[in-house]
Design a protein around this ligand. Sequence first.
Ligand SMILES: [Zn+2]
Length: 830
Amino acid sequence: MQSHRLTTYLALILYLAAFSATSVAQRPAIQSSAIPSPKSVLGFTPGDDRTIAGWSQITDYFERLDRASDRVLVQTLGQSTLKRPMIVAFISARENILALPKYKDIQQQLADPRKVTSNLQRDRLFANGKTVVAISCSIHSTEIVASQMSMQLAYELATAQDAETRDILQNTILLLIPSPNPDGIDIVANWYRKTLGTPYEGREPPELYHHYAGHDDNRDWFMLNLKETQLITRLLWHDWFPQIVYDVHQQGSNGSRFFIPPFYDPPNPNISPVLLRQVGLIGHKVAADLQAAGFKGVLTNALYDTWWHGGFRTAPYFHNSIGILSEAASARLMTPSTVTTEQLARSSTRGMRNATEAMTNFPDPWPAGEWRPRDIMNMEMIASRSILEMSSKFRGEYLRNFYELGRKNLEQPPNKGDTIAYLIPAGQARDEAVAKLIGSLIDQGVEVFRLDHELHVVLRQQILQRTNPAAEKLGTYRIGGSLSAMQEVPGGSYIVFLTQPQRYNVVALFEPQIYPNRLTPLGEAERPYDVAGWTLPLQMGVDVPAVVTIRETASERKLTLLKDANEVRADLALALKKGDESPIKNPLKQTVRVGIYKGSMGNMDEGWTRFVFDTFNVPYTSLRDADIRQGKLNSKFDAVLFTSQAATQIINGNAAGTVPAEYTGGIGEPGVKNVKEFVNNGGMLVCFDNACDMAIKEFNLPLRNTLEGVRSSEFYCPGSIVALDVDNKHPIAALLPETLPAYFINSSAFTAAADANVRVIARYAKENVLLSGWLLGEDKLRGQIALAEVGVGKGRIVLFGFRPQHRGQSWATLPLIWNTLSSATTASSE
Ligand SMILES: [Zn+2]
């Protein structure tokens, strides 16, 4: 990666040097006539109706631009999950492009004020630095237009000669990412071409557009499970530290035409108000420029919030940078759509009553009609341009704010008893989870130290406490936990100090979240944009107490700063990571033939399950609908796993007429019969969350999901971490602690009929159920069954009410999956 960039850079210098002996700075600019337009290469202008450029066309265009323009330098970052090249185009004035290493060095000093030793040095950085801006297109591949737009944007910046563009190029360095999910661009482009001119033109492909994550490829920015997230995190938060990141998306077709910040409530309390205000300022500039250009239907202050941590545009806040999101209304991939006034009138979100009614944050509703990819592209081009103009005009301010936020984060917490660090004590018996946790932190630039010698500390377990236990339904919480006595922590433990530039990344990942109770006037829960809680050590089942006092002075401590995850793996005597191979040893105790159901509808929970199995090197076969319809499952499998999916989707699949015939249908009634036969003959059926529904109904199990049909005014838990009471005498929970954090996302809870033949393995805790996030109506969850095993015929069914592998993040509950499968070949325990 690095060497390729340097090679390209050297090649460029040699290329320029070959023409003349005069210094590089005196070379005249390459004539723009020599620079190929997207149209001349693709045969169409990006954004034209019913045209689409696939990934090789996009990378080919950027390579040509790199060769032809001295304002553009393309770097290959590495390979995507399915081995496509990931690229970034640096776009700036020629002299800046020639001095990229210098500007990268300035950014790294600004990002870590400890590298700045005098005011003179600091002021020189402010004077000489450029605003670094990253624009990322179409991470969600069906939101396809921005990937096409990227070529036009690059071309215009490479060729324009007007004073304003020259200012932008002079003062900013743009890192343009044509797509952080190249595999998905091809999945969508191939599908679009295949269905063009058929009744299915413009529909979304039925498969996941990221091999593992689908749409959740933008839910990974603190966990860094995916190759794509890892490569771009390295580019942005190890190397370049952009002051502004713009993530270009599309939303549904029938609402506002374009959303741009300010965001809606609630804000994440760990985001600096300076950043939130800067986000608003840029958003309003974009909105004003769009209005001035005559575009209607621009919406601000609605739907999208900053609460949750794991998106492309949220990661910047935790690196002291500005994250901007835009969401243009979608066409039908690259096919125009028609939107009616009735559809607009029915479209309603937080902050927008409907898409026909003018409001202060939506002053100019769009009047319905035809909506084309070109409309989307034009709005995204204007937004990109606006952001670059701001970046250029307020260059000094952005650099100063960025530096100052990092500097403030280096100050000691003000009060005695405040958290000063988090400790990851040695000897947790969860070595792979410890290595993954620390590896993810290091990969996103968080500083983690190893204790080479013991320390003496006062600790506090950070737990949620109810402030008013009498308020039954609407829990109110604070972070509490009593202090330990001064205690010795052994060498080999790890410590994460808050005094580091990324202080609030650490806080926002390690502390329990308390989502503010937000209800509609009717008393229903107001849905957050994404999940409400994600506390990383809880999800991973790693004990990470807060440190409030350290007896040893800074000079007495023996600490080593960790450079990469392999150092932790070496400490813990784990196999080292080499290349792309996951070094984790298969945790199954014997060979088990596992089938994972993969239906005709892309299902992210299925994708993440494959991801987790691949990461842990557990072999499996993907079972398609036809395989299940064929039957004879016992001859091929010991266990069949259905990940979270509604029973109707599993049984019926895609409806006829919505996709080409080969993608329609589910397992059907014959499939249901074969699954029953499989269990009755001694097979193990495992169901996650929603899929339990199918098992309960089709097998007539003596269990009932008590949360089915319950209104959100009575119970609501939209992505939170809850406590399980675990029966660790059962083989499936063997060796696990009695209390385990589990991921609950509108999940299930069961009651069993009296004297039913049900072995309960875990229940939701009898008290203090919520560990992080939002839980409305705790009484509905307390003591209910979370994980159970039921004997059926010669076989067994294991029902997980929660998501034991949610987004590849909830490692705390993965041992339950491995233990379940390890027991699949043993006789029923009933
Ligand atoms: Zn999106």
